[in-house]
Design a protein around this ligand. Structure first.
Ligand code: SF4
Length: 376
């Protein structure tokens, strides 16, 4: 990848120049930048004098976040990520072990103080001074604090590191917390998901390398380019939701026809993430949970994933039809008359009202009358 002369078509670090440029352009688009920024990102990566060192610490997790970067049907992104960064320490991937690995980590932190990126995977136990997760005889919470104090940037990857995830769900016997709660005075980029999408991690790192700063974050530390829109807004089943066509049971006619999964417990209406837009595994359309017929369970959203029962109906944040769907009232090139505008307004109001009533009915059918729609 270091060698990306304009006319080279050969493989660079395992990724062809063509694919490399495609990925950089895609990353630019994911981040809401113009396509032309793809070239700028590619130049920043290829001109970098040194790959940014990364110390990757693992706490209470299943290593699924590491696996999502490395899965064998995702070779291009995996190669790019591994070639983009200098992964100096990752317990799942280290070739060395024990004292040797710990010595290497210590040396990398000392040599790269103030320059390395700290990535934390898994939640951090806090009960009884954090005794429930130790690495090399040291409590994980202390390792995290010490390492973060010397890092240039800190990323919490996955839902467990972002806000506690599965280990923090009731009864939470270890007092598991996410990284932002441990490092209260540090900016922590959170990339939640179970697993998180590797493109969101890749785009965050590319942004940092290109612009020398982190991407814009929301109030939960999530990059806005990836987590500013509800799944429900971009879902391919949304027209069925708006039309009141729902799967009632797994395998019924509505399910087989691809109807909306709201009644099966889909949490898309209250979960912010870009899953339906960027998909998973690079295998084509529909490769995300809802696309394959399973309701979204809200894994990127604190208080939703691992908190609300899987098949309970979601709270619908925006009951009105998405502005991105085909317009229900045809757009008119000329200004409407006052009467026409009043009629159109009434029609939209009726649609919103009908949508709200439909949701209310669903909630009542499910014995959840408190799930009435609420505008944010
Ligand atoms: Fe898609 Fe779920 Fe929203 Fe239905 S409820 S449109 S399946 S996100």
């Amino acid at each position: 990848m270091r060698c990306c002369e304009p006319n080279h078509e050969h493989e660079c670090g395992g990724v062809s120049r063509r694919n490399f440029l495609k990925i950089c352009t895609a990353a630019a688009v994911y981040m809401g930048l113009e396509e032309s920024f793809g070239i700028k990102i590619a130049e920043a990566v290829t001109n970098a004098k040194k790959r940014p060192p990364v110390i990757w610490l693992s706490g209470q997790g299943c290593t699924g976040c590491t696996e999502t970067l490395l899965r064998p049907d995702h070779p291009t992104v995996e190669k790019l990520i591994i070639d983009l960064i200098a992964l100096d320490y990752n317990e799942t991937l280290n070739t060395g072990a024990g004292h040797q690995a710990e010595e290497y980590k210590k040396r990398s932190i000392e040599e790269n103080a103030g320059k390395f990126i700290l990535v934390v995977e898994g939640s951090i136990p806090t009960k009884d001074n954090g005794i429930y997760c130790q690495v090399a005889g040291q409590n994980f919470i202390d390792i995290v604090k010490e390492t973060a104090a010397r890092a240039a940037a800190v990323i919490a990857i996955g839902s467990c590191a972002s806000w506690g995830g599965i280990p923090s769900s009731g009864p939470n016997p270890t007092g598991a917390k996410g990284l932002p709660e441990i490092l209260k005075s540090t900016t922590v980029v959170t990339i939640p998901g179970c697993p998180p999408n590797p493109y969101n991690f890749l785009s965050t790192v590319l942004h940092y390398l290109t612009f020398n700063r982190l991407p814009e974050l929301d109030d939960k530390g999530r990059p806005k380019f990836a987590y500013s829109r509800l799944i429900h807004e971009n879902c391919e089943r949304r027209p069925h939701f708006d039309a009141g066509r729902f799967a009632e049971e797994f395998g019924d006619e509505g399910h087989r026809k691809g109807y909306c999964l709201y009644k099966l417990g889909c949490k898309g209406p209250q979960t912010y993430a870009n899953c339906p837009a960027i998909l998973f595994n690079d295998v084509g359309g529909g490769s995300w949970p809802v696309g394959t017929g399973h309701p979204c369970f809200g894994c990127t959203e604190q208080g939703v994933g691992f908190s609300i029962p899987l098949h309970s109906p979601a709270h619908v944040i925006h009951p009105a039809p998405s502005a991105l769907q085909a317009p229900i009232i045809p757009e008119r090139p000329e200004p409407m008359s006052g009467t026409a505008a009043a009629l159109a307004g009434g029609a939209v109001g009726a649609i919103v009202g009908a949508s709200a009533m439909a949701i209310k009915r669903i909630g009542e059918q499910s014995g959840k009358t408190e799930q009435s729609p609420k505008e944010e």
